[in-house]
Design a binder for this molecule. Structure first.
Ligand code: 2AM
Length: 212
């Protein structure tokens, strides 16, 4: 009797769905840069029909290095541990946001982004995270890494004219370069999708190697 009860409990436990979280690794932008991007967004917004784009809340703007998707919650500790050793080998470096554009193109904008000046240190850091995650069993991104920060996404039900106009507005903006900033850390975030903006929760901060 006792035995069969234990067995039933075991079977129930085994059939419980694995708890997962949606996660990604990113560089958080300093507040001063978030403010500058908010000003750029205001300029763009004034020139577009209000309903065209869902703008990212400036506090949520970040530079994604690796999107992990749904991962088992039990893997988080290991990811924190294994990546820490890797990331602290990379010295802090400077990043400069420069220019805006759209994916897949300004003719057919879906994602509006701010770009980054070429930075070898950023590419090295991203490759190193990608290869460590591969060792941990995570798929490598098929598309080449294209450093960008998303500032807005074109809404689903917009007219062709709104899309065309959005592309024209983006293409003619010359935002030049924003203030440079030093990347001192990388964050592991949890992302919870809601009916409104996603909620990002910082799970861990990985420090880079301090310059001084
Ligand atoms: P994006 O800025 O280019 O949209 C959290 O969702 C972050 O992970 C976003 O910054 C998003 O990048 C990035 N990401 C990459 N691939 C994704 C995917 N397939 N689905 C959702 N987000 C993804």
């Amino acid at each position: 009797m006792e035995n069969s009860h234990c067995q039933k409990k075991k079977i129930m436990l085994l059939s419980l769905p694995m708890k997962t979280i949606r996660a990604f690794i990113a560089i958080t932008l300093p507040q001063s840069i978030q403010h500058q991007l908010a000003e750029i967004r205001d300029t763009l917004q004034k020139e577009m029909e209000e309903t065209t784009v869902r703008w990212v809340n400036p506090a949520n703007i970040h530079l994604t290095l690796k999107f992990l998707g749904e991962i088992p919650e039990k893997d988080v500790t290991n990811i924190i541990l294994k990546l820490s050793g890797e990331i602290r080998l990379h010295p802090e470096f400077q990043l400069n946001i420069q220019g805006i554009g759209a994916f897949p193109s300004v003719q057919q904008p879906r994602v509006i982004w701010a770009g980054l000046q070429e930075a070898d240190a950023l590419m090295r850091l991203q490759r190193s995270i990608e290869s460590k995650m591969k060792e941990l069993g995570y798929d490598t991104e098929e598309r080449p890494f294209s450093a960008h920060v998303t500032i807005g996404r074109v809404k689903q039900h917009v007219t062709h004219q709104q899309i065309v106009n959005c592309g024209i507005v983006v293409a003619r903006q010359d935002i030049g370069g924003l203030d440079g900033f030093i990347v001192e850390s990388v964050e592991l975030y949890r992302s919870e999708l809601t009916r409104g903006a996603p909620i990002y929760t910082r799970l861990h901060t990985y420090r880079l190697k301090p310059r001084f």
